[in-house]
Design a protein around this ligand. Structure first.
Ligand SMILES: Cc1cc2nc3c(=O)[nH]c(=O)nc-3n(C[C@H](O)[C@H](O)[C@H](O)COP(=O)(O)OP(=O)(O)OC[C@H]3O[C@@H](n4cnc5c(N)ncnc54)[C@H](O)[C@@H]3O)c2cc1C
Length: 499
């Protein structure tokens, strides 16, 4: 692997102690990763024999779990750094570990009782037991309010019935955190709850492995729950508060997923830089061609902003619910764009599987869909923006900070304008909220890039932040246009154009 041109996520640690611990772990991950054959994993549709044990020996399954029960007790930031490092080698492996650390165990760690921790954390931290998370159902994907799996309490026991689909780690997991409708529980008439189910609980049945476009080494199955009766202590957190717990778990999961996208972005950048330095056309390495050179510089700036945003997100638990939305959207779109750029700059060879960049593209595709489809999250971010999400004033950082403030002020202005124009109909203005959400993700990425440049204090970092600010400003034009009150709305398109 060539020298990285920008420091990977693990090099951006918030303090020296964290840097040392994470750095040592990432070195181990890199040694293990050097022996991984991503294309072989893809072809086998499974992880190699013995790999889970080697990951467990490194302690990777315990990173986010409490120290008193055998975990590392790492912060979100530290877990994100290791996930990104793994993803740089193989996205299926990173997804297996990242899902365990995020969606799979976060509910237990954050909302579990001391007894639940004592019972479940030790085998999860050692990697003896793998965790999965099951919210999606045939009738409930983007709309998790439609979850039909029911957990009904009688005589101190829950009876759980329902069907889950697309469960990552489904074929490996010993423990599932499931989201279920819990009518009446905790006084919430239509509440939801998170429950722990063990793979051996009678009535739990894991389906066959799905055949996927990418992430083929990562297990994905359905999960059938047929009259599963479990004690009340399988409920996580407060009765009736499941929706709030779910939102916290998703915020963690999305942040780790965004970190994985940074790993994919790095792998794509490594590949494109390597290729462009060696491929000669027009009597010189193609990296010297002006258009290619500009595209490589843009790719570096995009990756710089992605890593900055993950760091910014993970560093502030208060802002996690909102920032994780922007991080998920920005980093998954960024990973896709970087993988696509890598394919393009490889020319015809990029389309051939042997080169390896086609795999990056296939693996990256799902990240724009799972853990919340990006278009759904944009609408959500747009709505939050009309409620006025607080933002740090960056003016003290100088001209770059002022430019970021100006962009953010423009987004605030259109958000306020949209709110005023739509009034009580705002919640239904999905097209406009979607455009606003796109702006929020871009502004968040600019803020993070500017803060990162200020923190790193190098001319390279400043140049990357300036370049990203330019790109992001250009990308804001289309959504700003969509939000302009005098735009040609869909309603004014001649009806004969509609099918
Ligand atoms: C490989 C893989 C792994 C997964 N792992 C897990 C897992 O571990 N646990 C789990 O619970 N789930 C998992 N999922 C499920 C995943 O999170 C869902 O597929 C995703 O949330 C989208 O739901 P859906 O597929 O039902 O799409 P739908 O909800 O049917 O949406 C389809 C498309 O319609 C559009 N759309 C829908 N609603 C809106 C809206 N309001 N505004 C704008 N556009 C909209 C979007 O483009 C969306 O992509 C996984 C899926 C896959 C493929």
């Amino acid at each position: 692997m060539p020298e990285p041109t920008i420091p990977p996520l693990g090099d951006l640690a918030p303090d020296a102690e964290s840097a040392e611990v994470v750095g040592a772990l990432i070195d181990s991950v890199d040694r293990l990763g050097a022996g991984l054959d991503a294309r072989a994993i893809d072809a086998a549709h499974a992880l190699p024999e013995g790999l889970l044990s080697r990951l467990a020996e490194l302690g990777l399954f315990g990173l986010s779990l409490p120290e008193e029960h055998g975990g590392f007790g790492f912060s979100l930031w530290e877990c994100a750094s290791v996930t990104a490092a793994l993803a740089r080698h193989d996205r299926s492996v990173a997804t297996t570990v990242g899902l365990h650390l995020g969606l799979g165990t976060r509910g237990l760690v954050a909302f579990g009782s001391p007894e639940q921790h004592a019972r479940w954390v030790p085998p999860l931290a050692s990697g003896e037991m793998i965790a999965a998370f099951a919210a999606t159902e045939p009738g409930a994907g983007s709309d998790l309010g439609a979850i039909a799996t029911r957990a009904v309490e009688t005589d101190g026991m829950f009876r759980v019935d329902g069907s889950k689909i697309f469960v990552t780690n489904g074929g490996l997991a010993g423990l599932f955190t499931i989201a279920a409708s819990t009518p009446g529980l905790g006084g919430a008439r239509r509440g939801q709850g998170l429950l722990l189910l063990h793979v051996d609980d009678p009535g739990v049945e894991v389906g066959a492995e799905e055949v996927k476009l990418g992430l083929r080494g990562s297990s994905t199955t359905s999960l059938s729950l047929d009259g599963v009766v479990v004690p009340r202590d399988r409920l996580l957190g407060e009765p009736g508060k499941g929706a709030a717990h779910l939102s916290h778990v998703l915020a963690w999961g999305r942040s780790l997923m965004a970190a994985g996208c940074c790993g994919t972005g790095h792998a794509a950048l490594d590949a494109m830089q390597r290729h462009c330095a060696s491929r000669v056309q027009f009597h010189r390495p193609i990296e010297k061609l002006p258009v290619v050179a500009a595209q490589l510089a843009d790719a570096r700036a995009l990756l710089f902003s992605m890593e900055a945003l993950v760091r910014h997100t993970a560093a502030d638990p208060e802002a996690l619910p909102t920032r994780s939305l922007a991080a998920k959207v920005h980093c998954s779109e960024g990973a896709w764009e970087l993988a696509d750029r890598a394919v393009q700059l490889h020319g015809g060879s990029g389309y051939i599987e042997e080169t390896g960049v086609a795999l990056l593209l296939r693996d990256a595709r799902i990240t724009r869909i799972f853990e919340g489809a990006n278009d759904v999250l944009r609408v959500h971010m747009g709505l939050l923006a009309t409620m006025g999400v607080p933002r740090q004033d960056l003016a003290p950082l100088g001209s770059l900070g002022l430019a970021a403030d100006a962009l953010a002020a423009e987004v605030d202005r259109v958000a306020a304008d949209l709110k005023r124009r739509k009034g009580a109909r705002l919640g239904g203005a999905h097209v406009e909220l979607h455009a606003l959400g796109s702006l929020v993700a871009l502004v968040s990425s600019v803020d993070a890039a500017v803060l990162r440049a200020a923190h790193e204090q190098t001319s390279e970092a400043r140049n990357l932040a300036v370049r990203w600010l330019d790109q992001a400003t250009a990308r804001c034009l289309a959504p700003l246009r969509a939000l302009s009150p005098d735009r040609v709305g869909i309603q004014s398109v001649p009806t004969e154009l509609h099918p």
